[in-house]
Design a protein around this ligand. Sequence first.
Ligand code: IFM
Length: 451
Amino acid sequence: MTDFEPFPAGFLWGAATSAYQIEGSPLADGAGPSIWHRFSHTPGRTLGGVAADVACDHYHRWAEDVDLMRDLGLGSYRLSLSWSRLLPEGRGRPNPRGIDFYSRLIDRLLERGIVPMVTLYHWDLPAALDDRGGWLNPDSRSWFADYAQVAFEALGDRVPWWVTLNEPWVIAHDGYWTGVNAPGHRNAFELPRVSHHLLCAHAAAVQVYRSAWHEHIGIVVNLEPKDSARDSAADRAAVERADIYWNQQYLDPVFFGRYPDGLAELFGDAWPEPPAEDLAFIRQPVDFVGVNYYTRKVVREDDAAWPDRAGPVPVANARYTDTNWEVFPAGLTRALCWVKERYGNVPLFVTENGAALTDPPPGSDGVIDDPMRVEYLREHVGAVREAMRQGADVRGYYVWSLLDNLEWSNGFSKRFGIVGVDFATQVRRPKASALYYRDLIRSRGAQMAKA
Ligand code: IFM
């Protein structure tokens, strides 16, 4: 690459994690259980019955983890709050010790010059609220607003970037339809209701934020461009349906105040016909959109795939990661430019991007050699640069993940970290990808041009 232009000076280079996946000690210091704690401790729900009782022990090692971030030169760190550490019952009485944990973490980040981006909800609903119906209960929007108020009051003076929800699609689809995520329901009628309540909760938190805080708040969605398996009308229609269901379902209500055309037909009898005033409410202006991008999907018409009747097909000669996701960097450029074309030139972040790959043991220098992850990062950061060249207003990039961590029901079997974690000893070891990322940050992307 000869015509390389450095990334802008203010571009935020970061890494992301989430509370349940790294913290461990889920019940420490007065915290209440979350649905993930309960789910992981239910036999048969996670691979090998694994739970995040210790995970990366970040709850105790947070200070050294922040130093690790500083050593890598991270400009930003995206973390999530555990709702049930702040409010053990999900509502009512706040837990000062839970608040204190995050307050000290934020202070340490700021002392090390690292800008925090904080997600309110990354899947770990307080179990006490699930006992009241969880996201199926229309009151969930006011529970979430009250929780957001507690979080903003505690940290809003120091956190400039807030995310309401991480990946509402996954929360609804995998929590209430496939059941592979907590709370593990499999109910077609629940899926669109949960999606709608999530969107109302998102809007309620934005409204609270606007009442007294004035930095930035947005939502994070997982986007996956779709391509047709065959050049047939049936498969092209499948692509359209999949795009509505995966990509438009949440952002259309946020930006347009309506669900995308065709979504109700996909759900059929399960569609709840949400009240018009809710749709108007959901359309609260957001300051940015976070895009989590891992792959694209090639799909064909498949009546067994509900609700979009679009089933994935494997791509010949493609590279795949350990989660069986095709490595397809051009899809990231497409996803970012698609948001710009459909919703206007809203500020964007790549809030997650990374690869689960099997790593070798550390070398004699203690570094884990992960050339495929290095290549993945190089190609995807290049795809971000290309989207910016095409006019997308991308403000930052967060690699998923800082540390190897608990990959939900897959336990610790999938390793996304740029820093390896030995879960027996809790020793952290940089992978070659972490050192590459450090150089990329230092050179404002110039390292990317050195293939
Ligand atoms: O680990 C998850 C994360 O919690 C949400 N986005 C996708 C990641 C990889 O599956």
